[in-house]
Design a protein around this ligand. Structure first.
Ligand SMILES: NC(=O)c1ccc[n+]([C@@H]2O[C@H](COP(=O)([O-])OP(=O)(O)OC[C@H]3O[C@@H](n4cnc5c(N)ncnc54)[C@H](OP(=O)(O)O)[C@@H]3O)[C@@H](O)[C@H]2O)c1
Length: 274
């Protein structure tokens, strides 16, 4: 190993999430310190060219002697990948995984003893730097390791921490959450079409309303119930709509849906652990 490469970061798996994270890695440490590998060589080479990072023909070459290995392959592929890279993991190399349902214990058992492992649940708005990524340290990961991972992921959006036992709930809220919000945008736009608006206008109104409302909720820091009350004048249109949502159990449906998602995350995690 070249001593200059001890600070390198390896990204294994350059798919949708991997590429979003790659953009953040380049911003954090510079393209010259990043190497990537991927199962699809042609695709991986194109990603490496686009981001001006080093392409590696094998995962072992990518992981060899680097400071951080970031695993961004599908959960079902993690066990084989860990076996592939384990002999190349140097002392002190931090291994980060974004694979849903893969516990830090799962990786620790397959990597050299003492390897610091950090589990991360990102979400797709990371592709435009507006995501939220939630970190959990494994048994060997220190506050310093978490700080390093936090800096590497800063370009994906907001970075938070949680005890690993809550990662399935996090998956159900922020991991799957963008899909629920897209569902709401679609439903709201459909309502506009029912009311006679053109599809284009209805969709633009729906997505801009969700964008502005989320930005306002974040900027004001006020509880969403307070913000909602402010736009609900007594006997007015908004309160009539909210009553209909309550009567149809929409709030309860969101809670039940998220519960289903974290039960499914638990089931998938249990299957992977075998
Ligand atoms: N997308 C999301 O919303 C989201 C949110 C949170 C977390 N995640 C997690 O992010 C991870 C990646 O998801 P994704 O949506 O980015 O998947 P993806 O687009 O399918 O990308 C995964 C990439 O990894 C490659 N790969 C698979 N096995 C490999 C191996 N052994 N060595 C090297 N490369 C390998 C795949 O190539 P091949 O096609 O050749 O296998 C593919 O290019 C998953 O574990 C997922 O749980 C995703």
């Amino acid at each position: 190993m070249n001593p200059d490469q001890r600070d390198d970061v390896a990204l294994i798996g350059a798919g949708v999430m991997g590429e979003a994270i790659l953009t953040s890695l380049v911003a954090a440490v510079g393209a010259h310190r990043i190497r990537i590998s991927d199962g699809r060589a042609e695709h991986g080479r194109a990603v490496a060219r686009a981001h001006r990072v080093r392409w590696c023909e094998s995962n072992a070459e990518a992981a060899d002697g680097v400071a951080v290995v970031l695993i961004a392959v599908k959960p079902k592929d993690v066990a084989a990948l860990a076996a592939d890279i384990s002999p190349r993991i140097a002392e002190g190399t931090v291994v980060v995984s974004i694979a849903a349902g893969i516990t830090t214990g799962f990786l620790e058992a397959r990597l050299p003893a003492g390897t610091p492992v950090v589990r991360v649940m990102p979400n797709t708005p990371a592709t435009i730097g507006q995501g939220v990524s939630v970190l959990s340290p494994g048994a060997e990961a220190s506050a310093e390791h978490l700080g390093l991972v936090e800096r590497l992921l800063a370009g994906t959006g907001t970075v938070l921490q949680v005890d690993e036992r809550y990662q399935d709930v996090v998956t159900a809220i922020s991991g799957s959450g963008p899909a629920y919000v897209f569902y709401v945008i679609d439903a709201l736009a459909e309502a506009g079409v029912v009311g006679g608006l053109s599809r284009d206008l209805a969709l633009e109104l729906a997505r801009r309303t969700v964008l502005g409302s989320a930005a306002m909720a974040v900027a004001s820091g006020e509880h969403p119930a307070v913000l909602r009350e402010r736009v609900s004048s007594p006997g007015g249109t908004t309160v009539a709509a909210i009553r209909e949502l309550d009567e149809r159990g929409v709030r309860a449906a969101f809670i039940a849906a998220a519960e289903k998602a974290w039960q499914r995350a638990e089931e998938l995690g249990a299957q992977l652990d075998h």
